[in-house]
Design a protein around this ligand. Structure first.
Ligand SMILES: *Cc1c(COP(=O)(O)O)cnc(C)c1O
Length: 354
């Protein structure tokens, strides 16, 4: 029986997507060739990447609004430097909400002045700063919508007159937002879209062309736009599986549908964390993530008992990030409600037997 997979990334994908992906690796489109042994420029693959692009725009409601969809290499981590390389002429404003923001800031500093508008580092990143000022003369504002490691999530985004750049690696396609407020969104595929290997970039083309420096081709958004993500060989398998996952999401009812399910899952777990006297949540309640719930045992002497129980219950991937400890339940789109129920049942069982 398939495990209840709470892994933070790479992470759970829908069963039917995995089955279709497995089939395509052997025999794609009944053409007696594998998906991963045909040219990325052949029509069958061009159809795949076009479908993936159009599904991204459709699901995010960004059709005909001047956005381009790219599938790039190098993970979200390469976007930390690529955003700055392409957009930072003088100075940029960043909100620091955790490990990933900190890494983005470090890279951007290589390219110009960096204004950290606010940081939650003073409290181990257990909340989202609010009420900060963003300089209107910055080249752009960068934030991280969901902090995968700490379990906080931005519920509101500041109104800005400068380009808004967002790392949405761990909550893209999970909730309804006005995505047209953002000028550049990036996300590593492996959290909510597909397997590791490709990185989604959704960019408003009009924000480009404003920096003076020469940009190496592989790091130049305009080149990838002009070449339709085929400047070099794209990550064909990862893009194909991402396309399947987006199709699955679309068939189920899109983001508005999955948002409801995601809220049900998160509510079920957070209610148990708050009710059960053995556990406590790690982050400020109003900033809790619907994707990654972080919690700890109040009495760490129960650790072995709890770990044995959840592992026996066929649960995978519940340990917190190595930098934080405790527990983290990642509840991405493909995780079913019954998996969260299985975890809640184990927490109740521990309470009865403690
Ligand atoms: C996982 C993650 C990253 C890093 O992604 P890579 O693809 O491994 O570079 C960056 N930002 C966020 C929010 C993440 O969750």
């Amino acid at each position: 029986m398939k495990k209840h997979n709470f892994s933070a990334g790479p992470c759970i994908l829908p069963e039917e997507v995995l089955q279709k992906a497995a089939d395509a690796v052997i025999n794609f489109n009944n053409d007696n060739l594998s998906l991963i042994e045909i040219s990325h420029r052949s029509q069958p693959f061009v159809d795949v990447i076009e479908k993936a692009r159009s599904l991204v725009l459709k699901l995010l409601k960004l059709e005909n609004k001047g956005y381009k969809v790219l599938f790039l290499h190098g993970g979200a981590s390469t976007q930390f430097l690529m955003t700055a390389y392409n957009l930072l002429q003088n100075k940029a404003a960043y909100l620091n909400t955790g490990t990933w923001s900190t890494k983005a800031i470090k890279e951007a500093k290589l390219f110009g002045e960096l204004i950290e508008v606010a940081s939650s580092e003073d409290k181990s990143f257990n909340y989202i700063p609010k009420g900060y000022d963003i300089p209107t003369d910055a080249d752009y504002f960068h934030c991280t919508s969901n902090n995968t490691i700490y379990g906080t999530q931005m519920k509101d985004f500041p109104e800005v007159s400068i380009p808004l750049v967002c790392d949405m690696s761990s909550d893209i396609f999970s909730r309804q937002l006005d995505f047209s407020k953002f000028d550049l969104i990036y996300a590593g595929a492996q959290k909510n879209m597909g397997p590791a290997g490709t990185t989604l970039v959704v960019i408003k083309e009009a924000i480009l062309g404003k920096v003076n420096r020469a940009i190496p081709s592989m790091l130049n958004y305009q080149i990838h736009i002009d070449k339709e993500s085929m400047f070099n060989t794209p990550a064909v398998f990862s893009i194909y599986v991402s396309m399947l996952t987006l199709e699955w999401l679309e068939d189920m009812g899109g983001i508005s549908f999955i948002e409801t399910v995601n809220q049900q899952k998160a509510t079920l777990l957070y209610e148990e964390i708050d009710r059960n006297p053995l556990f406590k949540g790690v982050v400020a309640k109003e900033d809790r993530s619907y994707m990654n719930a972080t919690f700890t045992l109040i009495n760490t002497k129960l650790t072995d008992k709890f770990d044995t129980l959840w592992q026996k219950a066929n649960i995978n991937g519940l340990h917190g990030h190595r930098s934080v400890g405790g527990y983290r339940a990642s509840m991405y789109n493909a995780l079913p409600l019954y998996s969260v129920q299985a975890l809640v049942d184990v927490m109740k069982e521990l309470e009865r037997n403690a």
